[in-house]
Design a protein around this ligand. Structure first.
Ligand code: NAD
Ligand code: MN
Length: 799
């Protein structure tokens, strides 16, 4: 080709990034050992495995294949380091994070090339997106380390954290995991993905260069069945942070159930990309390129479902096809290419299989006319039209450069289609009408919503899923809570909680004979959908007072009653769209009506627990104060506005979770109940509550209060009965979005295990008690955060 030809065709020539520095680094190493306690150690098995270059399918280098002995060594190095790292002053930790950020920037070009080689993603993306975001993450968290004492006083680090990351953004996922963990004073054992360990190993050298103390970060390469499994089950690991597929996430949820390990899961997605007919279609086309062809579509939050308003669909599809024809695919190190290689032959095969299935199911496939390189793992950008919403390719995460398109007519239909998935990671909304876009954003169930933009990330703005996309956030202040706990909960003498049975002298002071009604004149029913409902079983349970005599009966709820209650709670979901002012008013109203019956409620508490009248009154008053607290918070625990490096804002909204099932503690029959229900409804959730089976009457006494306090039907539903049996039904229920459990250790394990079905969020006490009277333990942010999930809505502006 001569200059004239090029002038005619305007063809790009190849513009490869030089890889020689990285190649010679790989050659020097040949074999990478494990990074434990800042030293390179031989794997116990003596075994190594290859990491390959997906663009050629040729081996790059060998890395150690660790087993559980190596994991033991890494965990004990991290444990040892935790003793000093957790006590290291904020400013000193901040300095280390800052040093890591600086050192990463110094090696930015090297890291970009290495990431491209090992993963197959384009150098344009590693250089302009991955690595800058990695550095930004460490800078941002250097700031949180500096501010921890002031901004998070009363919290402490968890201990040793096990972190497991996927192959699609190897170094970025490492940064998302490690930066917040060490900023908050934890120490880390990290397992990189099997296909892409190399930038993590270069990062180990950066750790040495930055002079981080030994054992704060340990990097253990190996197979999931060895390293991943050992980390998840390790008794001395305090938390698992996982990013990967939903299936593996589910198995980790089950494996850690009841262990007391804190868990955050960032899982898969099938995110909608919604285009309204007034959108700027040329911008939309570029948006689609970034949504589904970014990183070969191997992006958990890829906009893989294109939902287009019917009247513009054909116009958009033809523009898209024209653009696809011009996309450049090839050598990832070529600075002029758009699409690189698929991470592995196995992944390529899976994409190929799903695309064939899409065709077999009748969807129309379109691919550009140009051919892919035959060496290496490549797959062309692919568009499916004529897709039915229930078909495999519309439901399953393909994790490749494959876009499936569907059409809608009305905004309501768009929302319905968008939410027609078990996932909830992200969504993009395209419209020139900001009113429409901002109306749709809260209706889409997703952790990140991008308006007229897509796949934008920043350390300041949390990222994470709704529903089966997992729970927990990475980035933002909310991400820090994944790595800390209230300091009181870590101490051995956990609380001065009142025990269900109390001292006999106290019992004497109460006038039990007086308060015992002579006969049982009334059996409270269940409270479902604003009505008192007879239990399905027709049976009732006897409630025995502290002095051993029968003090009442309550309905024996069963599976069917729980299902009815969940249905009623769902039907009341309008509660969330009402004003926060209105929710506050209703909480005040409940308090007002309860205060009018203070004495009666106190007697009931004394009767059930055997505590003295004075103490019982204290519990009622604490309950009133708690209702006031959450009425106050209803319009104050609202969210934040972030200013990431772009023209625009990110609205970090606190959204309700949905239907929360909750089992109340035995100690403090009224206060325990109020402490759980009030924050949940204040934040817009609706609840199904199982009162303490030992002392259910304080909750059932509230029926009339709710009826007379304007609480809309279905917002609070109460099913009395056996705590664990009913909690199991709630934990397994697919229409319950979160489950709180305050009961036994065994029951806690059961709830965590059973919750894995729809990956609902859980909050359990592992059988430990808390002092519900103390505002530190019994109310506040911990309860509010459990009642919300953060949705980050990205709103760029400027013409
Ligand atoms: P994967 O779940 O197979 O593997 C993820 C990591 O977990 C790897 O390090 C793997 O070795 C390890 N692992 C696998 N099985 C394990 C087990 N039983 N116990 C412990 N560890 C185990 O996923 P993948 O194929 O590497 O990554 C692709 C998936 O990750 C996609 O589904 C994608 O949506 C998801 N992802 C999610 C996010 C997010 O932030 N939500 C980000 C990136 C990727
Ligand atoms: Mn590789």
């Amino acid at each position: 080709m001569n200059v004239m030809d090029i002038f005619e065709t305007m063809e790009y020539g190849p513009a490869p990034e030089a890889a020689s520095t990285v190649q010679s680094w790989l050659q020097e190493h040949q074999q990478f050992r494990l990074f434990i306690g800042n030293r390179w150690v031989e794997p116990a098995s003596g075994k190594y495995m290859e990491s390959t270059n997906p663009a050629t399918n040729k081996a790059l280098v060998q890395v150690a294949s660790a087993n559980s002995d190596d994991v033991d060594a890494a965990v004990s190095a991290a444990r040892k380091a935790f003793k000093t790292w957790s006590k290291t002053p904020d400013h000193v930790r901040a300095r280390y994070l800052y040093a890591l950020a600086r050192t990463i920037q110094k090696h930015a070009r090297f890291l970009s090339v290495l990431e491209s080689l090992d993963n197959g993603k384009s150098i344009r993306e590693t250089r302009d997106i991955d690595i800058p975001l990695v550095a930004r993450h460490f800078y941002y968290h250097a700031g949180w380390a500096q501010l921890m004492g002031r901004e998070l006083s009363g919290y402490e680090p968890l201990g040793v954290v096990g972190q497991i990351i996927p192959w699609n953004f190897p170094l970025l996922m490492l940064a998302w995991k490690i930066a917040p963990a060490i900023a908050m004073g934890n120490t880390v054992v990290l397992k990189p993905a099997r296909y892409t360990p190399l930038t993590a190993l270069k990062f180990a050298e950066i750790i040495q260069e930055a002079g981080l103390p030994a054992g704060v970060i340990n990097i253990v390469t190996g197979e999931a069945s060895q390293v991943g499994d050992a980390l998840v089950k390790h008794p001395d690991v305090n938390k698992i942070a996982f990013t990967g597929s939903t299936d593996v996430g589910r198995s980790i949820r089950r494996a850690t159930a009841g262990s007391g390990k804190k868990l955050s899961l960032e899982l898969g997605g099938k995110s909608p990309f919604i285009v309204f007919d007034d959108a700027d279609l040329d911008s939309v086309v570029e948006g689609v390129v970034d949504a589904i062809w970014f990183n070969q579509g191997q992006v958990c939050c890829a906009g893989s479902r294109l939902l287009v308003q019917e009247n513009i669909a054909e116009r958009l599809f033809s523009k898209l096809r024209a653009r696809m024809e011009k996309l450049r695919l090839g050598d990832p190190l070529d600075k002029a290419i758009d699409i690189g290689a698929i991470v592995s032959p196995a992944q390529l095969q899976e994409i190929t299989r799903l695309v064939a299935q899409g065709e077999a199911e009748g969807a129309e496939k379109w691919q550009p006319s140009w051919a892919c390189p035959t060496e290496g793992s490549f797959f062309p950008p692919t568009l499916f039209t004529n897709v039915t919403p229930a078909s495999t390719i519309a439901q399953i995460e393909i994790f490749g450069p494959v876009l499936v398109a569907m059409t809608f007519r009305t905004p309501a239909e768009a929302v319905e289609l968008a939410n027609n998935t078990r996932y909830g990671l992200a969504a993009s909304i395209w419209s020139e009408n900001i009113n429409l876009a901002l109306d749709i954003a809260p209706k889409v169930k997703a952790g990140s919503v991008w308006i007229n933009c897509t796949n934008v990330f920043d350390a300041s703005s949390g990222f994470g899923g709704y529903r089966e996309s997992g729970f927990g956030r990475e980035g933002g202040k909310e991400g820090l809570y994944e790595y800390i706990r209230p300091a009181w909960s870590g101490s051995k003498s956990v609380s001065k909680a009142r025990q269900p049975q109390v001292a006999s002298e106290e019992r004497e002071e109460s006038t039990l004979s007086e308060v015992n009604p002579p006969a049982i004149d009334r059996t409270p029913k269940l409270f479902i959908g604003g009505k008192q409902a007879r239990p399905d079983s027709g049976y009732s349970l006897r409630v025995i007072g502290a002095n051993g005599s029968l003090i009442g009966e309550v309905g024996e709820g069963n599976r069917k009653d729980i299902r009815n209650a969940v249905e009623a709670a769902h039907a009341a979901s309008k509660w969330a769209s009402g004003t926060t002012h209105n929710r506050a008013q209703i909480l005040y109203y409940i308090a007002e009506n309860m205060a009018a019956r203070e004495d009666e409620f106190a007697r009931r508490i004394a009767q059930q627990t055997g505590c003295g009248h004075v103490e019982a009154v204290k519990e009622v008053q604490a309950s009133l104060s708690r209702l006031f607290s959450y009425a106050a918070w209803a319009d104050k625990f609202e969210g934040t506005i972030h200013r990431p490096p772009m023209r625009g804002v990110v609205l970090a909204m606190h959204e309700q979770i949905g239907v929360i099932g909750m089992a109340c503690p035995d100690e403090y029959p009224l206060l325990g109940f109020v402490s759980l229900v009030a924050p949940a409804i204040a934040m817009g959730n609706t609840v199904v509550v199982i009162p303490s089976p030992k002392a259910p009457l304080s909750a059932t006494d509230c029926y009339q209060i709710f009826e007379t306090s304007d609480v809309p039907a279905g917002v609070i539903n109460i099913v009395t009965g056996e705590r664990d049996a009913l909690s199991k039904v709630l934990a397994e229920h697919d229409d319950v979005e979160a489950c709180w459990y305050f009961g036994s250790e065994e029951g806690s394990r059961m709830v965590e295990h059973a919750s894995a079905g729809n990956m609902k969020r859980t909050w359990v006490n592992y059988g430990a008690q808390r002092d519900w009277l103390s505002p530190l333990q019994g109310e506040g942010e911990e309860f509010l955060r459990a009642s919300i999930q953060v949705k980050n809505i990205w709103v760029p502006y400027g013409e």
